[in-house]
Design a protein around this ligand. Structure first.
Ligand SMILES: O=C(O)CCC(=O)C(=O)O
Length: 272
């Protein structure tokens, strides 16, 4: 892999083409060492102040008011979701007008980190029309041994949600699993990242990850950016929340990251 610490930023034409063709891309750009160090220290603080939550999935650490998990978040995670180089890349993929509507730390602990079931992100989200580019930032090295993200390249292309089944299991990080006949696991590609690298993926991409049975933590911080041509529908979010029982979408705060609210329907007051 061609890993560089580039002074310039943004995606190359090849990287943009890779994203559209395969539904994900690992850019050559990576976080500067000082940013990575700060994020890892902030993760230590987050983990220490939320010992009761468990680190497999910590929803919205960038929001300070707590969500359904009662997570004690910090503005610092909003700042980490505003890294200009990442926003530049997202802008190339999602267009010049987009907002941040969510973040999650998937902090798979060594030895006990749980499986993330195969899924499409869109299955869970109250966004119409469905659109989001997720930036997954590796805070640790992510390898097959510690449960790196796995994706099915090209699975985003039909732009449709496939059939999922709800599974409430203490062994799973999320509770909607893609039905086995909807994809072929043999097509999966491991997203192997060094700490400080990122991957970007499309809302329709089929992905998941294995448990962490290794002795190395595998933490990632993912930021969800949505073009403002789409509407984050808080009312529909309240329904989804009842159905999934996992995440607070009804009161979710939105942050305009670039440009303007093109559809004019997004509510930037709720949750602030
Ligand atoms: O970190 C993981 O293993 C899962 C991440 C994921 O499902 C996502 O970012 O959409």
């Amino acid at each position: 892999m061609n890993v560089q610490s580039l002074a310039s930023h943004g995606l190359s034409d090849d990287e943009v083409a890779h994203y559209h063709e395969h539904g994900y891309v690992i850019p050559r750009w990576r976080l500067p060492a000082d940013r990575l160090e700060r994020m890892r220290a902030d993760l230590d603080t987050l983990l220490a102040s939320n010992a009761a939550v468990g680190s497999d999935s910590m929803f919205c650490p960038h929001i300070t008011g707590g969500g359904t998990q009662g997570l004690k978040g910090s503005n610092i995670w909003l700042e980490h979701a505003s890294i200009p180089e990442i926003l530049d890349s997202v802008g190339q993929l999602a267009g010049s007008d987009f907002l941040l509507w969510g973040t999650t730390v998937f902090g798979k602990p060594a030895g006990t980190g749980k499986r993330v079931p195969w899924h499409q992100d869109g299955e869970y989200w109250p966004i119409r029309p469905l659109a989001t580019c997720s930036a997954w930032i590796a805070l640790d090295d992510a390898t097959p041994e510690n449960g790196c993200l796995r994706v099915i390249p090209g699975s985003h292309k039909q732009r449709r949600l496939r059939a999922h089944t709800r599974k409430d299991s203490p062994d799973l990080v999320l509770n909607q699993e893609l039905n086995a006949e909807e994809f072929n696991e043999a097509d999966a590609v491991d997203i192997v990242l060094e700490a400080g690298q990122i991957s970007l993926h499309d809302v329709y991409l089929v992905h998941g990850s294995e448990p962490n049975r290794s002795d190395k933590r595998r933490a990632g911080y993912v930021c969800r950016y949505m073009p403002t041509t789409s509407h984050f529908d808080h009312a529909y979010g309240a329904e989804l929340q009842k159905r999934s029982g996992q995440v607070d979408f009804a009161n979710r705060a939105l942050w305009l990251m670039r440009g303007r609210d093109v559809c004019g329907l997004n509510d930037f007051q709720i949750g602030h």
